[in-house]
Design a protein around this ligand. Sequence first.
Ligand SMILES: [Fe+2]
Length: 395
Amino acid sequence: MLFLIALALILLVQWLHLRLLCLELPDRFHRPLPWLLFFFHLPLILFAGLRTLGLGGHSALPLLQFLSRIGFYFQAFTVMHLIIAMLGEWGWRIFRKPAAEVDSLEEAPVDPSRRAFLRTSAVASTGAAMAFGVVGAQEAFSDPEITRLELTFPDLPPGLDGLRLAQLSDLHAGPLVGAKTLRRWRELTERERPELLLFTGDLVDSRPEELEPLLIAFQGFHPPLGRFAVLGNHDYFDDPGPIWRDLEGAGIRCLENAAALIQRGGSTLALLGLQDPMARNGRFARLVYGPGPRPAEATRDLPSDAFRLCMNHRPNEWEEALAAGARLTLSGHTHGGQINPIPGFSSARLIGPRIQGLYRDGPDLLYVSRGLGVVGLPIRIAAPPEIVIITLRRT
Ligand SMILES: [Fe+2]
């Protein structure tokens, strides 16, 4: 189902791109254009074919990563080209002379001024789209920013004062995020010497076998208070059973509607995890893998004096964490919008009001990480990847 949705989207985008190219380029290029686009899509077609034939196992991952990266970079270029051309078109419509009025793309050939505009802007929009792609890829795969925060809770149990934790979110291990990138993220996180390592969902991009390179990259990194995770919506694109099993096997405890009690300096931290709502709609095909967030289940039998910290993939489900008594909630999911071409506007606003950074509700706090990986297109614009290091303070 997911594959069919992606295919339909790619076909739609490429059909629009073909129309745009026909407007921009002289007639003699029109006949070979569909073949050229097909040629540029060969890597993506091969990638999809290998996956459909079930040849997407761990041994095939390097080849799949190579093929899909080429394909997805071309998709990124296409989308940026369409956006820039659309902005140019709007500009032309606003500033053109009234006599040049046209109503639709179909009328383009009979409007010489519009056609001339499109042709002269073709080089500029192509160059700008490529530049966005290069800059966006650089931002996505450069070293992440390290956000170091001291969060103060006057009623923090004394033994938890100074506790230092690392939050890694949305790694999206898979075709676009490979072993080398994962190893670098581990190295940078380990340097911060956290006592606790928390993964707040979207560990893989779409398939359980994509977890293996992540587990290998983080092998041997054992903060003294442990490693814990919750799954995100992408981890439920396929059967999450192998992910649950492999995380536990690697010593990363998966907390879904569950809690772990962590002792430090005579005080207790109750680390909670809520299940992502996607568990109710696995594979987009009404396969139910769990009940979704259940705060009451997660907090059953917790000691009353324990400080509650909750991992909850989606920030828009903060109310569920608050219902579990969470004083601090850690989320991801938004990628900080990931691609924000309009200055001052985050694309994450399209999915909810909590975009990135710190939010407060009375004495309770929520931190929304921009995450580390990418989804869909292998670029980030005005949303650099992020490793979050939080120190808890009593005063
Ligand atoms: Fe994500």
